[in-house]
Design a protein around this ligand. Structure first.
Ligand code: AMP
Ligand code: TRP
Length: 335
């Protein structure tokens, strides 16, 4: 049986990278499989957060997911901190994972930056919590963008080490699902940097709250080179900014890059950028509209998340109880 789990951090607005790399795939998977989607607030506090902003962002991300097509009746949608088994299993995994494994994690190195001594212990052990998010449901498939591949490999290592420790195939080895034409959307200002929530420049990303004018002006100002678009995909090599815009077009239009270049090869960005902006506006503005509608009713969003947390808890609790028993903990978690 396939069970899908994925998560997104409630830190700022969701952007086109989140949407094309992850969320759109989440929406598609829910037609076929049992899906659990989580707003990972425990992960968010691995770096300093303003409490009121964290609360608001949690609602906002939930609204974006629903506006993008996540159906809370069909899938489970909740915020991580409401299901204590995530943190409970993460502790067990902290006692399974080795320093050497975590020392290899590139996301920690990027996020901690030069001042590593000042990073929180939580940021360092972020990947063990992520492994527990997935495995506390014995999820088998994890749709994510390419940047999460290494964390998924670590999740498999942890599952394997735990299984070896207890002498049985207790956890499945979950598989990453890196799907679509835009698994790594780059910054609009720099084709060598990932589009991210934390980039200082608002012009580096298109967010799900941007209106049509903002989308048009961000795409028109996007960094490019002076050459026209090539007619073949090979011609995009060494042209990271051009490649990024073409792959965004392909993903939004549900086509491949070759098809897009068959239409636009030989054209300059003066033609391509407005066409891309129109397409982005057509695909994103219904989501933005629905998101604003949902955000106007925070009570409703809170109720959706609370219902989702109860469903998630019902799945996580018995699995955690089995873990406790395997490890040798006496009794059961209170509550
Ligand atoms: P985060 O915002 O870091 O919580 O990421 C949520 C999801 O979006 C994860 O599955 C990421 O892999 C995906 N993601 C984030 N940034 C990008 C990007 N620039 N391109 C593609 N996927 C992304
Ligand atoms: N680390 C992921 C990110 O930043 C978010 C995340 C947390 C996640 N737990 C997860 C993704 C479990 C997939 C599965 O993008």
């Amino acid at each position: 049986m396939k069970r899908i789990f994925s998560g997104v951090q409630p830190t700022g607005n969701l952007h086109l990278g989140n949407y094309l790399g992850a969320i759109r795939n989440w929406v598609r998977l829910q037609q076929e499989f049992e899906c659990i989607y989580c707003v990972v607030d425990l992960h968010a506090i691995t770096v300093p957060q303003d409490p009121a902003e964290l609360t608001a962002s949690t609602r906002e991300v939930a609204a974006s997911l629903m506006a993008s097509g996540i159906d809370p009746d069909q899938s489970i949608l909740f915020n991580q901190s409401c299901v204590p088994q995530h943190a409970e299993l993460a502790w067990v995994f902290n006692c399974v994972a080795r320093l050497g494994w975590l020392n290899r994690m590139t996301q920690f190195k990027e996020k901690a930056g030069k001042n590593r001594e000042n990073a929180t212990v939580g940021l360092y052990s972020y990947p063990t919590l992520m492994a527990s998010d997935i495995l506390v449901y014995k999820a088998t498939h994890v749709p994510v963008g390419e940047d999460q591949k290494q964390h998924l490999e670590l999740t498999r290592d942890i599952a394997q080490a735990f299984n070896a420790m207890v002498g049985e195939d207790f956890f499945p080895l979950p598989e990453p699902q890196i799907l679509g034409q835009a698994t790594r959307v780059m910054s609009l200002r720099d084709g060598s940097a990932k589009m991210s929530k934390s980039d200082a420049s608002d012009f580096s990303r298109i967010t799900l709250t941007d209106d049509a004018d903002a989308i048009m002006s961000k795409i028109k100002k996007a960094k490019t080179d002076p050459e026209p678009l090539p007619s073949e995909v090979e011609g995009l090599e060494d042209r990271p900014e051009a490649r990024n815009l073409v792959s965004i077009f392909a993903a939004l239009a549900d086509r491949d890059e070759a098809g897009v270049l068959a239409d636009f090869g030989g054209q300059g960005f003066g033609v391509f950028k407005p066409a891309l902006a129109e397409l982005a506006i057509e695909k994103l503005s219904p989501i933005t509209g629905e998101m604003n509608r949902l955000m106007a009713d925070p009570g409703y969003l809170d109720q959706i998340l609370a219902t989702g947390a109860n469903k998630a808890y019902a799945l996580a609790r018995p699995i955690m109880a089995e873990v406790r028993q395997r490890v040798g903990f006496l009794g059961s978690s209170a509550g």
